[in-house]
Design a protein around this ligand. Structure first.
Ligand SMILES: *Cc1c(COP(=O)(O)O)cnc(C)c1O
Length: 356
């Protein structure tokens, strides 16, 4: 792992914040230049948050089964994605591999960090193109220079925007093919029946799994993402992240959400039922050509005229995502599974849609 790191990160002396230097309980805290007065009702609003989010990570272990020593939290998974580039990729030299169409943030963070992006497209039915992928990875390995190499490979499973998850076997096959860091973004894992790549961590220490409380856990406002990885990688993440990256209100919200696991479980069942119904009821509509299978809480839907239908729906106050410009997504809308009422409004709007 160490030879994959950027030199400056491998040699980093981390910033040591007050709450890192002293982690016990005390009566008088005069170590962090905080104001002793709390001007808002919230208790402890005047105090810095726990930099390691210990309480939340303990709950994450208890409720989600993600081992405490192997987790680090980010300000959304977005922060964790950015940190992967900053840890491993030498700007202007190293590169990463994406399999489009996929989550747009990977490319944006690559661009921000001046990291070159290579791509091996998914097939038109959004499957991993193994012949092309192994050919690419083989070629990359043969042609590695001192200057830079392929450091990260992103697998989004279930994939955004296509909605399908990849079988764990396929992720494992990629682990056999690639000796860099394999990032498996499982933001939509809870909605899927497929196995998690967390299972691979013991055999493949170069795997980093990303989870989030933003989707199934209904906590997009709090910005809490979770990386699960080998202790060595996690310790590098801890050394380079913003020390106080998750505010106390967010940590408290995360604890609350995780203590409502049975409600979330029920909510998840509702979403899955609605997904089933919405998928079935979309299919026969005149303006719908293909409803792609979904392991997530959204559908990619090929329609007769995505742009026109997008504007038509927006005119009725219903906002979906036009994904037509993404690879293999011609005339495709991405539609989140909403509540029964919301889905009914969408369905009746679509069935009333007239081609012009
Ligand atoms: C929504 C989403 C995330 C979650 O991002 P957060 O920053 O945790 O809210 C991550 N990856 C994918 C593919 C997503 O669609």
């Amino acid at each position: 792992m160490r030879e994959l790191l950027r030199k400056n990160i491998a040699n980093l002396t981390p910033y040591s914040c007050a709450r890192n230097d002293f982690t016990g309980e005390a009566q008088v805290y005069l170590d962090a230049n905080e104001n002793w007065q709390d001007f808002v009702e919230k208790t402890n609003a005047n105090r810095y948050p726990d930099p390691l989010s210990v309480a939340v990570r303990k709950q994450v272990e208890a409720v989600l089964g993600l081992p405490f020593p192997k987790t680090v939290l980010g300000n959304g998974s977005d922060e964790l994605i950015d940190n992967l580039f900053r840890c491993f990729c030498e700007p202007g030299k190293d590169s990463v591999l994406l399999m489009p169409p996929t989550y747009g943030a990977y490319k944006v963070f690559a661009d921000i960090n001046d990291v070159r992006v290579s791509t091996v497209s998914l097939t038109p039915s959004f499957q991993i193109d193994f012949p092309a992928l192994s050919e690419f990875l083989h070629h990359e390995k043969e042609n590695r220079s001192r200057e830079g190499r392929l450091k990260l490979l992103f697998i989004c499973s279930p994939n955004n925007p296509s909605g399908n998850a990849f079988p764990l076997d396929e992720v494992k096959q990629i682990c056999e093919l690639f000796d860099g860091i394999i990032v498996v973004d499982e933001a939509y894992y809870d909605f899927s029946e497929k196995e998690s790549a967390v299972k691979l961590l013991d055999s493949y220490p170069n795997v980093v799994v990303l989870r989030t409380l933003s989707k199934c856990w209904g906590l997009a406002s709090a910005r809490v993402g979770i990386a699960v990885a080998h202790e060595e990688i996690v310790s590098v993440f801890r050394s380079m992240k913003y020390p106080y990256n998750i505010g106390t209100p967010s940590q408290e919200l995360a604890l609350k959400a995780l203590s409502h696991a049975s409600e979330v479980e029920r909510g998840l069942r509702l979403i899955k039922e609605e997904r089933e119904r919405l998928g079935e009821e979309l299919k026969p509509l005149a303006c719908v050509q293909t409803v792609f299978p979904s392991d997530a809480n959204f559908f990619l839907v090929r329609v007769t005229d995505a742009l026109a239908i997008y504007h038509y729906l927006a005119g009725l106050g219903i906002i979906v995502r036009n994904r037509s410009k993404e690879l293999h997504c011609e005339n495709c809308l991405r539609i989140t599974v909403g509540s029964r009422e919301e889905n009914d409004r969408l369905l009746s709007a679509l069935s009333a849609y007239k081609e012009r």
